[in-house]
Write a protein that binds this ligand. Sequence first.
Ligand code: SF4
Length: 691
Amino acid sequence: ARLGKVTKAETTCNYCAVGCRFELYGKDGSVLGVRPADPEATPANDFSTCVKGKFGYDFVDSDDRLTTPLIREDDGSGDFREATWEEAYDRIYEELSAIQEKSGNDAVAVTSSSKCTNEENFLNQKFARQVLGTPHVDNCARLCHSSTVTGLQQTVGYGAMTNRINEDIGETDCYLITGSNTTEGHPVLATRIKQNVRDGADLFVFEPREIGLAEHATQYTRTKPGSDIAWLNGMVRHIIAEDLHDEEFIEERTKHFEELKEKVEPFTPEKVEELAGVPPAELKNAAETIATADTCIFGWAMGMTQHAHGTRNVLAITNLALVTGNLGKPGAGLSPFRGQNNVQGGGGDMGPAPHNLPGYQDPTDDDVADKFAEVWGERPPQEIGLRLPEQYEAMLDGEIRGMFIMGENPVLSEPDIREARHAIQELDFLAVQDIFLTETAEYADVVLPAASNAEKYGTFTNTERRVQLVRPAVEPPGVAKTDLRILTDLAERFGYDWDYSSAADVMDEIAQLVPIYSGISYDRLESTPAGLQWPCTDAEDPGTPFLYEDEFNFSDGLARFVPADYAGPAELPDEEFPLMLTSGRVLYHWHTGTMTRRTQVSMDHVPESFVTIHPDMAEQLGVTDGEYVRVVSRRGDIVVRAEVEDVSDPGVVFIPMHFAEGAINELTQHELDPDSYIPEYKVSSVRIEPL
Ligand code: SF4
């Protein structure tokens, strides 16, 4: 039964990674509403939340919530039947064990989720590595910012935002924002930026689409989709040619500058205009203003990362920040705007990834393996497992036969979802743990009902590396349990006695094993409402507001210039598919929409998918605003409503990422960045057919 009284929880938003804090109220077991928290406890949003934070919690009380475990009938009907927890655990144990006995530990893979807490992600990768003995564990960060992490680790050391939200993003002298529709994706960040621009900061927006933030910009520059390396290298070249680079910073704090200088030489303003469509005067104006500003923030999101050359995009923007000396000081920094509430912590820091253990530690390193063995009683698998898109290839090849998915919806989120659905159908066994019967759970053999973030304790780490508490305002529906409890129970069913009585116990183990979290505990978080920013290395350490004040995260303390060779989109328009399709978020929805498609305010404002088409193109196609059209790519086709809007070149169209009907990933491609394995979601070739 749900709680029958008014309850209040000071907690952290479960949508984007700004990590706004507020008081969440529950009454008679249902979520009642949200109120601003004490300003001291709200470092990321001391003045507001966006519409999702304020009104986006009725999904918690949706009639669609899973309230009991489900098992697929084996009578041929294919229906689910309600089951007890013991039946569900037994079935998972029997099926996964049978697959592993027949085909080896590596025939099973585990998916983790940035929506879940740090503690749950830590336990999920532990479940994969210790209990199932498989290295194949990965999570949704592979699909959004893995190229950010890979790029930043090569150049500055940590795969994370270097600066703070309020004190640095809120108070810098200049911005370069690219690949981020900040107003829609990270609304509170956008408000911060707009306020500061009103107070005199310069804002440069480089985007294929004239997004909301462009209205407030010093200069909006339209770029060709997928051409970012060209204009970023061009800016670096122009800054060096005009002698505007920060020589002292480069000399004292970096290496490989000469190599960079040589590699950017071909990117003359004329060449940049040819490759990226950026007018030379706009390139020079932005480069000169950025180079001469006292401080600059370089902000980006998935418009930069989701490319088959996503890592090179991140290298290119990092080179620009380094060449202008915009790291290691207040008001400056590299600011990847992370997408999900806990993608920095749950998707990255906690190590549910095949190539790193928690804390980005190398599983192939014997000393690291021994450290984990001391706590876990055995070494985790030391080989590098398969990344998420590789796992889907292995499923199609019959090498992965069983899968356990916590809180993700790959049937909508993978690129080329027809192929992803096919891969899932090839499995011998699939278990899904979620709060709804998602499009992916529909394919499962066992479905486990999980608690939402309004129903549990834990921590999220926001985009500025701030670890903040999550607290429950209501109880889970039916017999649903927290992911933490489900994983602990499952481990026990497999014969492992995980001795955690609370999320705080899991954080203690995290602190023991993860150096950047070793000073973090629930005692400290309870008495530090603003949370703690990692690295936080001992109980006295107040955390690290901005990174690299003294040295970069390498043994020699120096940042590395890593030149980015030019690459454009993997698929270019042709006669058959003449339009470039790009994707993104809308303010009212979030990711695959499992929560916001069950939230009234979101559905009232944006009830369905759509495609934006330039008026000239609409006229050429004979399409009018509001009519339904078919969008076709080499992978598949969807029917969506046309929105005729003059926000991009006529050859560029846009579809949001949130919908099951008219799902954009019916159209996207499985082309991977060779460094991070992120797919090229952001550019596909399509045609539009009136119905
Ligand atoms: Fe939540 Fe992000 Fe909106 Fe803040 S900006 S309320 S964290 S969705």
